[in-house]
Design a protein around this ligand. Structure first.
Ligand code: AKG
Length: 298
């Protein structure tokens, strides 16, 4: 039976953690996270120095980009408007990445050896600015699960840590949707086929970084069907939640339906996690979709 309503207790799991280096005082939350709950850390702030606070201005972002992104392994920083900002923004994002790494070691140590491909972002635009400028597919104020058109995941998980760093007191408002098995049962019957030839061609001509698998094709279609379905957006199961400044939250964004409705100034860290690095791989979108499809999807 689907849940008739969502409550904060059904979609979030709250932790008293207030340090980037200490384990959760209430014990491991990995099972709840893997079931698709948002691990909410209301007391985990990322404190900025006065010099870093001065970076919080939309004029620092290249007008052609949504966010400033940093790959700590290659040192590649993209999306800055002015080269003069490079050292300070790189310093902030490198420090944020180190903090997120320590948080994983403290809070989710089972993932430490498995997480790879880190990228973090500095999000300076007000969320309301996207709605005006984005196509519906790129509009993250519509409920969705993450799936990247050019970056096939081959079943790997997308783990994200978010921190509201708004110095003016504005919360980041999200809508959070139903659990993934329920979501998948709702959308799976509407998802179409898969062409290995198209997938191969898209890779060869450089549309995708590697070949899209059946899994990637289903996840992308689900992302699009969710965002383009006005009735689901308005009436689908969902809960609105405000993440205040000075709070952090963690989720598997390929599993937890989410939409950013309001807010400005955020730091975000993404990693990929192989399904076999999970404690409960059966909760992964890959395994849930495979059980609906009755076949392997990779
Ligand atoms: C996403 O990055 O997938 C989002 O939905 C945006 C979340 C946010 O910026 O609060």
């Amino acid at each position: 039976m689907p849940n008739p309503i969502l409550t904060p207790e059904s979609v979030l799991c709250e932790s008293a953690c207030n340090s980037w280096t200490q384990p959760d005082p209430q014990g491991s939350r990995v099972t709840e996270l893997e079931k698709g709950k948002v691990l909410y850390l209301p007391q985990l702030a990322f404190v900025l120095s006065p010099q870093e606070l001065a970076l919080l201005d939309v004029s620092r972002v290249d007008p052609k980009r949504k966010n400033i992104s940093y790959n700590p392994e290659s040192g590649r920083l993209t999306g800055i408007a002015d080269e003069a900002d490079r050292p300070a923004i790189e310093g902030l994002l490198a420090r944020h990445y180190q903090s997120c790494k320590m948080l994983i070691a403290a809070l989710l140590p089972e993932y430490q050896q498995h997480l790879h491909s880190p990228v973090n972002t500095l999000r300076l635009h007000p969320v309301t600015a996207w709605r005006k400028s984005s196509s519906w597919r790129k509009d993250d104020s519509r409920l969705h699960v993450d799936a990247f058109p050019s970056r096939p995941m081959h079943g790997e998980r997308i783990l994200r840590i978010f921190t509201n760093i708004n110095p003016q007191g504005g919360s980041r408002e999200w809508r959070i949707g139903e659990d993934f098995p329920q979501l998948a049962r709702r959308f799976y019957p509407r998802l179409g086929g898969y062409s290995p030839l198209t997938s191969w061609l898209q890779h060869v001509v450089g549309i995708t970084k590697r070949r899209r698998t059946r899994y990637d094709a289903l996840m992308l279609q689900m992302h699009d069907k969710m965002k383009s379905d006005a009735q689901y957006q308005q009436q689908g199961l969902q809960l609105t939640f405000q993440f205040p400044p000075g709070s952090s939250w963690i989720c598997f964004s390929d599993q937890t339906p989410h939409a950013a409705m309001a807010g400005q100034f955020m730091l975000e860290q993404t990693w990929q996690l192989p399904v076999l690095g999970m404690k409960h791989p059966e909760h992964s979108p890959l395994r849930v979709l495979e059980s609906l499809a009755g076949r392997a999807l990779l």
